[in-house]
Design a protein around this ligand. Sequence first.
Ligand SMILES: Cc1cc2nc3c(=O)[nH]c(=O)nc-3n(C[C@H](O)[C@H](O)[C@H](O)COP(=O)(O)O)c2cc1C
Length: 210
Amino acid sequence: MPKQILVAFETNAGSTQEVAGAIADTFSSGGTKVDVRRLSDISDVGGYDAAVIGAPMIIGWHRRAVKFIRRHQEHLKRIPVAYFMTALSLTDSGLHTVEGNEGISGIDIYRDPSLLKQPRNPDFLSFRERRSSLRAYLAPVLKKAPLVKPVSIGLFAGKLDYRKLKFPQMVFVMLLFAEKPRDYRDWDHIRGWATKLGPKLLTASQTFEE
Ligand SMILES: Cc1cc2nc3c(=O)[nH]c(=O)nc-3n(C[C@H](O)[C@H](O)[C@H](O)COP(=O)(O)O)c2cc1C
């Protein structure tokens, strides 16, 4: 049976769905069978040999993504899994891995260079800079779904379109990020990550089955 990869996404304003689509196209152009589905449309992940789960940072990684991974932990722990996150900012603390008591160290983490923001003072991060750190983004999902050990996590610059946000969301983003509304997505980085990830998911799935 040919292997089948699930690319599951959540989105608030639509742009992460397009990122999921680009990742899926990259896999399928290499001949792999891919299913792209919104998290809320998935009740069972049992039929997939590998999964990529992606969502935006919406005051933490989208809570539906974290809930989904937690709910499906028992199957996801048996197959190769990768996560991707879209966001507007990632504090460049110099740390490339998540160490400590989350139970995972040395995860392969891909950081889109256009997302990285240099802290004003690397020895003393501000509240805002700490909220956008690698640890702040990854620790909740790694803690809430500890059985799943992702083979890779990609963090990508997303898109900001105020017209697609609810009023309180707009105010939150304006106050916290003060970013210009525009499409920050870099498709070369997104496709580049997917190109390297595809074979890893498929080779790893043989190892998981043995
Ligand atoms: C309410 C809200 C909260 C957000 N929180 C964060 C955040 O904590 N960190 C960040 O870098 N980006 C944050 N963003 C920006 C989104 O992650 C980014 O715009 C993303 O590309 C949106 O994806 P979507 O179009 O799929 O919803 C937030 C956006 C909104 C609307």
